[in-house]
Design a protein around this ligand. Structure first.
Ligand SMILES: [Fe+2]
Length: 182
């Protein structure tokens, strides 16, 4: 389950309902999914897509997504640092960023136009949908691993477009988990 922090207000939300409703208020969709059948850590990409096919089809129908795939990055991934550097600066896409986390951890920072930056730590079971045009950036947590289902309207739209604000440098990309007390 995700953890939501609002660093500027020194606030942390861990209650799923509170997180879902705060994020909805800044146009970010958040849900928790459970697999329709048990999936093990060695499941293939196809087995993962199959286990969540009902949820994927629902999202596809509602958001106009045409393809779903599974991305898997870990410390052994060639060029991992260069890949991460592309997404750890504030950017937006002309395409929704939809991720359902299977394994590992990550932290999204979202910069709404007229409310404080929020940090959302995601882990297995978390679905997040960042609408096109939303300013955000992403980092892995200390395990440097994430496996996630991605949905695309058009994979070509998923290029990062940078704001160049430098705002990201003011936020520690550190995952604190649910037990940290600010
Ligand atoms: Fe992004």
């Amino acid at each position: 389950m995700a953890v939501l922090r609002i660093p500027e207000q020194n606030r942390k939300l861990t209650d799923t309902g509170a997180i879902t409703s705060y994020l909805a208020g800044i146009s970010i969709q958040y849900e928790i999914w459970r697999p329709s059948q048990p999936i093990g850590p060695d499941a293939s990409n196809d087995e993962i897509l199959q286990a969540y096919s009902v949820e994927i089809d629902k999202l596809k129908a509602g958001g106009g997504y045409v393809t779903a795939d599974v991305i898997n990055v870990n410390p052994q991934t060639p060029g991992l640092d260069a890949m991460l550097a592309k997404f750890s600066r504030e950017h937006w896409h002309d395409e929704d960023e939809v991720r359902f986390i299977i394994q590992g951890h990550g932290i999204f920072h979202i910069h709404p136009k007229d409310s404080p930056v929020v940090a959302i730590e995601v882990e297995a079971g978390d679905l997040i949908r960042v609408p096109r045009g939303t300013w955000h950036w992403f980092d892995l947590c200390s395990d440097r691993q994430i496996r996630a289902i991605r949905l695309f309207q058009d994979p070509a739209g998923w290029t990062p477009l940078y704001t160049g604000s430098g705002l990201d440098a003011g936020f520690e990309p550190v995952c604190l988990g649910r037990t940290f007390v600010p």
